[in-house]
Design a protein around this ligand. Sequence first.
Ligand code: THU
Length: 133
Amino acid sequence: MTSFEELYREAVKAREMSYCPYSGFAVGAALLAENGKVYTGCNIENAAYSPSLCAERTAFAKAISEGVHEFRAIAVAGGEAGREPDKQCTPCGVCRQVMTEFCDPDSFKILLGTTECKKAFSLRELLPEAFDK
Ligand code: THU
């Protein structure tokens, strides 16, 4: 059973793979599926900017492309590349919408934090009155 603490550590590790030459802001995400597997992701930027992918959506793409559609939680760690995250990195609106497609608004937990302090939110808290299926 993966604890929130372990999931956050996986997000911090995934962050090392961040490709962020344009923003210098490195993000890692660790997505825990119902089947117990963890799918990690990092942000992947692009010279044309708009094709850039957030860490959260990279993790969702990896899971969904392997046929996994049920999720329990995601941990996100982000901040200036090369430094420890000192503020919580909250998912952007597009990522919240992608989570809404696949995750239960009340039971799915979004774990944000820094090395010292972590906080869990429900998806409903981060995207109230969501447009969903
Ligand atoms: N970013 C993420 O990967 N996830 C977030 O939760 C917030 C922002 C990325 C997008 C871009 O590559 C960089 O962080 C700066 O916005």
